[in-house]
Design a protein around this ligand. Structure first.
Ligand SMILES: C[S@@+](CC[C@H](N)C(=O)[O-])C[C@H]1O[C@@H](n2cnc3c(N)ncnc32)[C@H](O)[C@@H]1O
Length: 267
């Protein structure tokens, strides 16, 4: 168990798909088409922190086919859900493992390593170790939907900034990888990959949440309120006032939350 529920991953999936930068996603598909290795006619994507298979569904919707999906996650229940949904239509190799044991990650034969909504949980030590392994095989990397620390709410509330500052501080808590990079993850990943000679492109992939995302936004507001409720100098009254105001406006308001997608191709 990793703390990410199937219901939360389901809630965010359509916002994630809408947000995903389609230019970079298309380049991923082009890269897979170019990676001609005649001993292995199917393309292998290793999706790290795969959850229930959101990356698989997104790239399949955009045209990926003949892919062997090697899904890696710590949470066996999420992998079972991915298999339940796709195991009869896709070639899936499910692999329950702790990503932090980078030397044991099943990267053999991979044409691309993908991850969605993962790297903001990660630490510098994890990224360094992972990129060392990836670079040894010169495998491409596609990392989508990494939070960048920006959030804009409409209508505004006087506590928005204070709550966001506290939330961004909370993003740096250890999520199992060591101190998390949170909003700095895209910059750090880009720099480490460029230092290894990769050509790295990054494009924004913000969530744009409105009335249609009411259930997800409500869950998000509750999650933010709970994350900032202790240890960041906010009173219970402040957090409760902000949460009540935000929940009152989920259907008539708007929220933009910044993310970035990254594609790194070996030079
Ligand atoms: C935010 S969820 C994203 C899931 C999926 N990629 C998506 O976009 O819906 C992060 C995923 O990383 C997995 N995860 C977190 N820490 C992990 C670790 N140390 N080893 C393996 N998987 C981990 C969680 O189980 C979860 O499925």
């Amino acid at each position: 168990m990793s703390g990410f529920s199937i219901s939360w991953l389901n809630l965010r999936e359509s916002a994630d798909f809408a947000a995903r930068d389609k230019t970079l996603a298309t380049k991923v598909l082009e890269w897979l088409g170019q990676a001609n290795d005649y001993t292995s006619p199917d393309r292998i994507i290793v999706d790290l922190g795969a959850g229930t298979g959101s990356t698989l569904r997104a790239l399949t919707k955009l045209g990926a086919n003949n892919i062997v999906w090697r899904l890696v996650d710590l949470d066996g229940k999420l992998l079972d859900e991915a298999l339940r949904r796709h195991g009869k239509q896709c070639l899936i190799e499910d692999y329950q493992a702790d990503l932090t044991i980078t030397e044991e990650l099943p990267l053999t034969g991979a044409h691309i390593i993908s991850a969605s909504a993962l790297f903001d949980l990660a630490s510098t030590a994890f990224i360094d170790a992972l990129v060392n392994r990836i670079d040894a095989r010169k495998t491409a990397v596609y990392a989508a939907l990494n939070y960048d620390g920006t959030t804009t709410w409409t209508p505004a509330h006087p506590l928005d900034e204070k709550i966001l500052a506290a939330f961004n501080q909370d993003q740096l808590r250890d999520k199992g990888f060591g101190p998390a990079l949170g909003p700095q993850c895209t910059n750090y990943l880009q720099q480490v990959l460029e230092n290894k000679g990769y050509t790295v492109s990054i494009n924004p992939s913000p969530w744009e949440l409105s009335a249609k995302d009411e259930a997800m936004t409500s869950e998000l507001i509750s999650g933010i309120a709970s994350a900032v409720s202790e240890g960041y100098g906010l009173t219970k009254q402040e957090v409760d006032d902000w949460k009540t105001f935000r929940l009152t406006h989920v259907a008539d308001g708007h929220c933009t939350i910044g993310h970035w997608d990254l594609l790194a191709l070996p030079g």
